[in-house]
Design a protein around this ligand. Structure first.
Ligand SMILES: N[C@@H](CCC(=O)N[C@@H](CS)C(=O)NCC(=O)O)C(=O)O
Length: 240
């Protein structure tokens, strides 16, 4: 039975699961759910697809699975992708540790910050300053605390759990790479910077990120937004 992934390429967890499928040449159908325009919040979606109103959702025949990390573990086990989910108890445990860590660290701050940045496109000038000072700077402070922990883990390693990429690199990588597309400044975190360059070299990485790269380019083509990103990165308070 063919696997179906319900998701969207603007969604970090959707991209992570899709990349695992694409890189390993696992036949699947990608069903785009228009979450950007609220499809995930419709009664129909909540009642029939995901009670949490979220993407991604993985369907394998009659079996339906929620939560991107559970999906990547399931696919790794089902298709025996040893490289992607470790080959022994301890390797798997380290991957699990960083997957769990991600949800309350890089995921929380990075995606909230990206939403706050995206909102800048739509708010009037006076409110831009409030969004920036009240929201973005605080999220940025917390994000940088998480980044410094991750940066230490990546010392002398190409990837988070060792020298080959695993599902945790796909998960955290898809989250942070989108910030790189928005020209977030990672220069203070040399190991993360190198790791993001390594991820870019993975097969299918750029293909899966095309939509994000396009959205970021459009955002940055507005000069006012570029100056906001420079401010976010340097922690310097400037006029929007
Ligand atoms: N913990 C979930 C997170 C899923 C999630 O946050 N999905 C977002 C897109 S990135 C979503 O579906 N948002 C739709 C909405 O809030 O209406 C996972 O890893 O699968």
């Amino acid at each position: 039975m063919r696997i179906t992934l319900h998701g969207h390429r603007m969604s970090q967890p959707s991209r992570a699961v899709e990349l695992l499928l694409l890189i390993n040449d696992i036949g699947h159908t990608f069903n785009t759910v228009d979450f950007v325009n609220g499809e995930t919040r419709t009664k129909q979606y909540i009642e029939t697809v995901n009670a949490n109103g979220k993407i991604p959702v993985l369907q394998d025949g009659d079996f339906k699975l929620l939560e991107s990390h559970a999906m990547m573990r399931y696919l790794s086990r089902k298709f025996e992708l040893k490289q992607w989910y470790g080959s022994d108890l301890k390797e798997k445990a380290v991957i699990d540790q960083w997957l769990d860590w991600h949800h309350l660290n890089t995921r929380t701050y990075s995606s909230d910050m990206l939403h706050a940045i995206a909102i800048l496109n739509f708010v009037p000038m006076m409110l831009k300053i409030e969004v920036k000072t009240l929201q973005i700077e605080e999220l940025n402070r917390k994000l940088r605390m998480s980044l410094s922990v991750l940066d230490k883990q990546l010392e002398n390693k190409k990837f988070i759990a060792g020298n080959t990429a695993t599902i945790v690199d796909l998960s955290i990588g898809c989250e942070l790479y989108q910030l790189k597309c928005y020209e977030y400044n990672f220069s203070e975190f040399k190991n993360i910077d190198n790791w993001l360059n390594n991820l870019e070299k993975l097969p299918k990485w750029t293909e899966a990120h095309e939509v994000v790269i396009g959205a970021a380019k459009q955002f940055l083509s507005n000069e006012k937004n570029t100056s906001v990103m420079a401010t976010v990165s340097s922690f310097v308070q400037s006029k929007v």
